[in-house]
Design a binder for this molecule. Sequence first.
Ligand SMILES: Nc1ncnc2c1ncn2[C@@H]1O[C@H](COP(=O)(O)OP(=O)(O)OP(=O)(O)O)[C@@H](O)[C@H]1O
Ligand SMILES: [Mg+2]
Length: 219
Amino acid sequence: MIEARGVSKLYGRGVYALQDLTLRIDKGEFVFLTGPSGAGKSTLLRLLLRQDVPSEGEMIVGGRNLAALTGRQVQSYRRSLGFVFQDFKLLQAKTVLENVAFVPRVLGLAVAQQQRRTFQVLKWVGLQHRMNAYPRELSGGEQQRIAIARALVNDPVIILADEPTGNLDPDLSLEIMNLLREVNARGTTVLIATHDRELIRRVGRRSLTLDHGRIVEVS
Ligand SMILES: Nc1ncnc2c1ncn2[C@@H]1O[C@H](COP(=O)(O)OP(=O)(O)OP(=O)(O)O)[C@@H](O)[C@H]1O
Ligand SMILES: [Mg+2]
């Protein structure tokens, strides 16, 4: 499903964010990406989101070399993904319902289907009763659940998350992880970057440790 073949990413003068990285993540896997600050975790996610392309090597997702996609293909590729960020990135002027429904692919559906899908994911993250609230009226954990609902509303094949629990306490972090585990149990491939080793230990899934742009440990 996800493959990196000899991927390097060079920034400026000799700063390698990733160095000759080769990895493979199969369909339906749940994988953590960990390692110290500056190890290259976010860089790898950016390459997977096709926000950037490798300086050397190839990123292959679903059999397609991401660097070879045209502008239009990049858009449709991104719509097949769901992503979750540390800072939630919710639209403050929109309600919970609008935040989740405001996803291009969902907006392309018939109105009845849009509503059905939006209610379904809100119910699923347990926040259907808050659908008319604004993000500032929600707790951090609730905001992150909305961000996850938004990532899921497209029914993505892959969920990418960059420090999704970075702003949450340990109990809420575990709750968010359990939600992502449920997503995974329904067949979605999940890749989560986190420096929180304790959380990885508690969740107990495969982890790839990066350091200075290289994989230094697989467990
Ligand atoms: N746009 C950029 N320009 C120059 N250097 C960059 C850029 N983005 C990242 N880097 C460098 O690449 C390296 C990897 O950064 P990256 O953000 O991938 O690390 P990270 O593992 O996500 O760290 P953190 O845990 O702090 O989020 C770092 O040395 C960083 O300074
Ligand atoms: Mg990062």
